[in-house]
Design a protein around this ligand. Structure first.
Ligand code: CA
Length: 647
C-alpha cells in the first residue's frame, strides 16, 4: 500500500512538473489539499477567511462541547497557529492564526485532539480575494441612497414567508409589528425601479437573522452575525443583490450593529467569557425576571462621550447599559469580542463586495473600540465608506464623529461619515414656521452655515427622515409643496443624501405619528394583489405621481452633476420669503430657489450677481424650460425652482 501511495505521489509530482515550472509550490498544494470535508465542530467563526489581507492575523472562535481542553493542530503552508486561548466556558477555544503572504487559497483541516485522545476535524477554507482592496469604493456625495425596510418593501418569494423552527411564526400584514413577508429578492427584482428613480445606492435595514419571539421584522436584534434571516432569503440572495447592484455601477450598504445583539443570540445560552456582554453577572442573576424595570438600561445620555465634566457613573451607564431589555449590550473591551466584531464586518465586506457600512447606535458602543473597528476596515479597504448613527441635533457632535476633526480629547473616529440629524430638524422647522427674523428659512440658512465646523461636509449623510422617525410628509403636516422644498434642498446641499422608501409617493404616518410599525408601511405593489402599484404607477394619486416624477428628475440630474457632487457652495441670506443656494463646478452652476410666498413675487436678480449668471441661459431642471438670467425673475407661486447652466 505504502509503496503504491509513493508511486502515486511521484506520478502526480511528475505530472505537475511537466505542466508547470513552479514545482515546489504545486507540491505543497497537492500535499495539503483536503480530500475529505469534515465539519465535526459545532461552530467555527468566521466560517471562512481570505488570503492577502494587510492584517495577517485571524482569530477563530471555536465552539463545541468541552473543546476547551482540546489540543488543536493546523498544518498548512503559510498558516501558523500562534496561540490557543481558553475561555471561561469549557465549550470554547479562540485560535490565533497568522496567515502569511505565502499562504495560498485552499482548504485545510484543523485537528482537535481531546483529552481522551479522540479527534475532531474541522475543514477550514481560505479563499482568494476576487477584487483588489481599492475596488471596494464606498458611497460618497455623488451617490443618492435609497433606504429600505426589507420586510416592508416587496415580497418576491412567498415561499420564505414562514420558516419552521423560528420563534416568531407567521405573517400578518395588518399588524405593524409583525412580519409582512418582504425579502431580499424583493429588492433585487425592483432594482430597475430604484435605478430609474435616480438612486445609486441601496441601504437595506439589517437582513441577518433575528430569531426573536416578537418584533423580529426590523432586523436590529441579531441572533447570528453570520446568518441571513431565512425569511429574508439566503446568503446567495444577498450576494445576488450585491452583484446585481455592482453590475449597474450601484452600491450596497450593509446595516451593521456592533453595540448589541438579540437576547436570543445563540451565545446567550453559553457565554464564552464572564465579560462577553455588559452587566453580565447582573443579567445571569436576574434573567428569570428580565424586563424594563430590572434591566440595567442605558441612560441614553450620549453627550457623556464628549462632556469634559461628565461623571464616570453617567458615562458607564450610557455606554454599558443595555439599549433595551431584549438587546444585550456587547462588551467591546473584551479583546476577543473586539476581534469578533471587526472580523465579522470585514467578512461581510469581502463576501458581498459592499459599497459601505452603516453602523447602528454609534455612541452607545465603546468609542475607542469603534475607532479601532473603523480603522481596521479602512486599512483593508482604503476607498470604503462607513457612516455612524448618532441621533443628535447638535452640530458639535456631528463634527466630533467625523474622521480628521480636531477634538479636544484627541479622539479620531476613522469614520468618513456622520449623520446630519441637525439639518433634518432645521429643514422641517424652516418649512413649518412662518417667516420672521429668527424663524423660517433662516433655520436652513444658519444650519448650513454650521458647515464651517465640519471636516468634510460633503461626506456627511443628510436625510428628510428615516426608518425611526415620522415620515417627512407627516412632519411637514401633509404639505406637498413644503415636502418638495425639503427634498430638493437635501439633494442640492453638499451632503450624501439618503431617502427612505416610499417618500417618493408621499407615504405618511398621520394615523399615529411616529409609530414605528406605521412608518414602515408596506410599499404598494410589493405584494401580489396590491390594488396600488407604485412600481408601475397603477392606482397612484396625481400628487403621488407628481412627487415621484419630481424626485426622479432631480435625482437623475444629480447623478451626473459635478457641481452638486463636489462643487463650490454659496447661499444668500433669506429675503422676503425666498432663499437662494448655488453649487458651481467648472461651467456648471445649479441654482436652487425656495419661495414661501403664496402670491407671485418679483426677484431683483441684481442681488445675486456673485453667482456670475447674468446674461446666461439656464434650464429649469423640473420643467425643462429655458430662460435668460436678466435683471428680474418672477416666482409665480410657492415652491422650488432649480435652474442649471447645463442645457
Ligand atoms: Ca417573502
Amino acid at each position: 500500500m505504502r509503496t503504491l501511495k509513493h508511486i502515486l505521489i511521484v506520478l502526480i509530482v511528475i505530472t505537475v512538473f511537466s505542466c508547470k515550472n513552479d514545482t515546489s509550490k504545486e507540491k505543497e498544494t497537492i500535499s495539503e489539499t483536503v480530500t475529505e470535508i469534515r465539519n465535526d465542530i459545532e461552530r467555527v467563526e468566521p466560517p471562512n477567511w481570505w488570503i492577502d489581507f494587510k492584517n495577517q492575523k485571524l482569530q477563530l472562535l471555536v465552539k463545541h462541547p468541552n473543546i476547551g481542553n482540546a489540543t488543536p493542530i493546523i498544518s498548512y503552508a503559510g498558516v501558523t497557529l500562534e496561540k490557543v486561548n481558553k475561555a471561561n466556558s469549557p465549550n470554547y477555544l479562540f485560535l490565533d492564526l497568522d496567515i502569511s503572504e505565502a499562504a495560498k487559497a485552499g482548504k485545510f483541516n484543523i485537528k482537535f485532539t481531546l483529552e481522551d485522545d479522540s479527534e475532531l476535524i474541522q475543514t477550514y477554507e481560505l479563499k482568494s480575494r476576487k477584487n483588489p482592496a481599492e475596488a471596494y469604493v464606498g458611497f460618497d456625495s455623488s451617490d443618492a441612497i435609497y433606504l429600505i425596510t426589507p420586510d416592508r418593501f416587496a415580497n418576491a418569494n412567498p415561499e420564505n414567508d414562514e420558516v419552521g423552527g423560528l420563534l416568531e411564526q407567521g405573517i400578518d400584514r395588518t399588524n405593524g409589528y409583525a412580519r409582512h413577508g418582504g425579502d431580499i429578492q424583493g429588492i433585487t427584482e425592483h432594482l430597475d425601479y430604484i435605478e430609474d428613480m435616480g438612486f445609486t445606492t441601496v441601504w437595506p435595514c439589517p437582513v441577518l437573522v433575528n430569531d426573536m419571539p416578537s418584533g423580529s421584522y426590523h432586523g436590529y436584534a441579531m441572533t447570528d452575525f453570520y446568518k441571513v434571516d431565512p425569511r429574508f432569503g439566503t446568503l446567495a440572495d444577498y450576494k445576488t443583490l450585491a452583484d446585481e447592484l455592482r453590475n449597474r455601477d450601484m452600491k450596497l450598504i450593509m446595516d451593521q450593529v456592533a453595540n448589541h445583539c438579540g437576547l436570543e443570540h445563540w451565545w446567550m445560552k453559553d457565554l464564552p467569557f464572564k465579560d462577553w456582554v455588559n452587566y453580565q453577572d447582573y443579567y445571569e442573576e436576574n434573567k428569570t425576571n428580565w424586563n424594563r424595570e430590572t434591566t440595567k438600561m442605558s441612560n441614553h445620555r450620549r453627550t457623556t462621550n464628549q462632556d469634559p465634566y461628565a461623571s464616570k457613573k453617567d458615562y458607564l451607564e450610557m455606554a454599558h447599559g443595555w439599549f433595551v431589555p431584549s438587546m444585550p449590550d456587547l462588551n467591546q473591551r473584551n479583546p476577543f469580542m473586539a476581534n469578533y466584531i471587526i472580523q465579522n464586518s470585514i467578512w461581510w465586506v469581502e463576501m458581498l463586495g459592499l459599497g459601505g457600512i452603516r453602523q447602528d447606535t454609534y455612541p452607545y458602543s465603546d468609542k475607542d473600540f469603534m475607532s479601532n473597528w473603523a480603522g481596521a476596515i479602512m486599512t483593508e479597504y482604503p476607498n470604503f465608506s462607513i457612516v455612524g448613527e448618532e441621533w443628535s441635533y447638535n452640530p458639535l457632535l456631528i463634527a466630533y464623529w467625523q474622521e480628521g476633526h480636531v477634538n479636544k480629547d484627541g479622539y479620531d473616529s476613522n469614520l468618513k461619515s456622520s449623520m446630519d440629524f441637525a439639518m433634518q430638524k432645521n429643514i422641517v422647522d424652516a418649512l413649518n414656521e412662518a417667516e420672521s427674523w429668527d424663524n423660517g428659512l433662516v433655520k436652513m440658512y444658519q444650519g448650513l452655515a454650521n458647515d464651517f465646523a465640519y471636516t468634510s461636509p460633503k461626506d456627511i449623510m443628510a436625510f428628510p427622515d428615516n426608518h425611526d422617525m415620522s415620515r417627512i410628509f407627516t412632519q411637514l403636516k401633509g404639505d406637498v409643496v413644503n415636502t418638495k422644498m425639503a427634498l430638493s434642498y437635501l439633494l442640492m446641499m453638499p451632503r450624501i443624501p439618503q431617502i427612505y422608501y416610499g417618500t417618493e409617493i408621499l407615504m405618511d404616518d398621520f394615523d399615529n405619528p411616529g409609530d414605528h410599525g406605521l412608518i414602515r408601511t408596506d410599499f404598494p405593489g410589493g405584494w401580489q394583489g396590491d390594488s396600488v402599484n407604485a412600481f408601475t404607477g397603477e392606482g397612484l394619486t396625481d400628487s403621488q405621481k407628481d412627487m415621484q416624477i419630481f424626485l426622479k428628475k432631480i435625482l437623475n440630474y444629480r447623478k451626473t452633476s459635478e457641481a452638486i457632487h463636489n462643487g463650490k457652495t454659496m447661499h444668500y441670506a433669506p429675503l422676503s420669503g425666498t432663499y437662494f443656494l448655488s453649487r458651481t463646478k467648472g461651467d456648471e452652476t445649479v441654482v436652487h430657489i425656495l419661495n414661501k410666498n403664496d402670491e407671485p413675487i418679483e426677484i431683483d436678480l441684481n442681488n445675486y450677481t456673485e453667482m456670475g449668471l447674468k446674461g446666461k441661459t439656464l434650464k429649469n431642471v423640473i420643467s425643462g424650460e429655458t430662460m435668460i438670467w436678466g435683471d428680474n425673475l418672477e416666482l409665480k407661486s410657492k415652491g422650488v425652482t432649480i435652474l442649471t447652466t447645463k442645457l
